[in-house]
Design a protein around this ligand. Structure first.
Ligand code: IMP
Length: 181
């Protein structure tokens, strides 16, 4: 646990560092999409805070839409199945889409979303994730814009939940294992 907050064993990134990462990626998106109007597809609910920071740091014309997916974890991790809970309102055909994720862990959600958007005729599909757990990947997938690389630990805060709470915290921390063990 940290000196100040027993819920977390470690604080990884505070509000200021996250905003700096959003600024860096916003500038990259401005350059990479100059002359285009991409759609940010924000994955509910975890990516909402990060998407707000990123959105504020993009200067080119950009749209925003939301999608909600659910992963059903079977008895063994590899049987994970993703379903669509709330769909986009935008038509992505011939559009440049940037998926905005909170974290890429196994990569199954991202693979599902990439294939869904490609099937619907998106011209290009890229991903801007706040966090990437490279060691958690179970499929060969790569996020194009990454705020921070993190170890394979369970984190919460800044949109990410522990049992639906702590999304409102202004930092990302490693959840104290004593809490869920
Ligand atoms: P993936 O499909 O395993 O890549 O993970 C997708 C979703 O699982 C993320 O968008 C998060 O909502 C959730 N998730 C994965 N790792 C964590 C974590 O460490 N803390 C909280 N949520 C997580």
């Amino acid at each position: 646990m940290t000196d100040t907050d027993p819920r977390f064993s470690k604080i990884l990134h505070d509000h200021r560092e996250i905003k700096t990462a959003a600024k860096r990626i916003g500038a990259q998106i401005d350059r990479d999409y100059a002359g285009k109007t991409p759609i940010l597809v924000v994955v509910l609910k975890g990516a909402v805070m990060w998407a707000g920071d990123l959105f504020r740091n993009i200067s080119i014309d950009v749209e925003m839409d939301f999608i909600d997916i659910a992963s059903y974890h079977g008895g063994i991790a590899s049987s994970n199945e993703i379903t669509l809970r709330t769909d986009l309102t935008s038509d992505v055909k011939d559009r440049d889409v940037i998926i905005v994720e909170d974290i890429v862990d196994t990569g199954l959600s991202l693979r599902y979303l990439e294939s869904l958007l490609s099937r619907r005729g998106a011209r290009s599909v890229k991903t801007a994730t706040m966090l990437n757990k490279q060691k958690g990947h179970k499929v060969d997938i790569r996020a194009d814009y990454v705020g921070f690389e993190i170890d394979n630990e369970f984190v919460a805060g800044y949109g990410l939940d522990y049992q639906e709470i702590w999304r409102n915290l202004p930092f990302i921390g490693v959840v104290n294992p004593d809490i869920y063990s």
